[in-house]
Design a protein around this ligand. Structure first.
Ligand code: GTP
Ligand code: MG
Length: 174
């Protein structure tokens, strides 16, 4: 690459938040292992995985991913995982308006208590379940725009937009 431009190696702490069952663990499994588990078990506490991607300018980004548990009983643990995170990925399920409401709760929580320069992405997952859609694309787009977030719809099942999600996040890192 160009004069004096060295490749960078970035390390990024990323947290996934969102209602139980929206597909957070499946998104991570798809991104890290290229697999989908239709019998995915609820996460207990949180789980940790990492994955490195290379960008076109030969920068590498190592995502250190905290996949949190969405069940209400674990809500009090969330600050342990989002504290110090450079990126928050807030996930809802396009077939569940309740999960979209919950996503908005997490956005507000992070605006109050997250790092001031946190990069936030809003993700509408299960985009393969089009016939069951109950949250319009426009609703996600509008909410994300109002809150200065990046928005994308994904499917962990078909892999649609999963790599794109992480690539777009990488491009937005400060
Ligand atoms: P908690 O760990 O309880 O917070 O839930 P989670 O958000 O991690 O959900 P998980 O990834 O375990 O997925 C819940 C269910 O949704 C599983 O039965 C998955 O197979 C299913 N699922 C996840 N992603 C998709 C998707 O993109 N499409 C479809 N059709 N099903 C999905
Ligand atoms: Mg999980």
């Amino acid at each position: 690459n160009g004069a004096g431009q060295d490749a960078k190696n970035l390390r990024v702490k990323l947290v996934l938040l969102g209602d139980s069952g929206v597909g957070k663990s499946c998104i991570v499994l798809r991104f890290v292992r290229g697999q989908f588990d239709p019998t995915s078990k609820v996460t207990v506490g949180a789980s940790f995985l990492s994955q490195t991607i290379a960008l076109q300018d030969s920068t590498t980004v190592k995502f250190e991913i905290w996949d949190t548990a969405g069940q209400e009983r674990y809500a009090a643990l969330a600050p342990l995982y989002y504290r110090g995170a450079a990126v928050a990925v807030i996930v809802y399920d396009i077939t569940s308006p309740e999960s979209f409401t919950k996503a908005q709760y997490w956005v507000k929580e992070l605006q109050k208590h997250g790092s001031p320069d946190i990069v936030m992405a809003l993700v509408g997952n299960k985009a393969d379940l089009l016939e069951k859609r109950e949250v319009a694309v426009q609703d996600g787009t509008d909410y994300a725009e109002k809150n200065g977030m990046f928005f994308i719809e994904t499917s962990a099942k078909t892999a649609d937009n999963i790599n794109e999600l992480f690539e777009e996040i990488a491009k937005r890192l400060p």
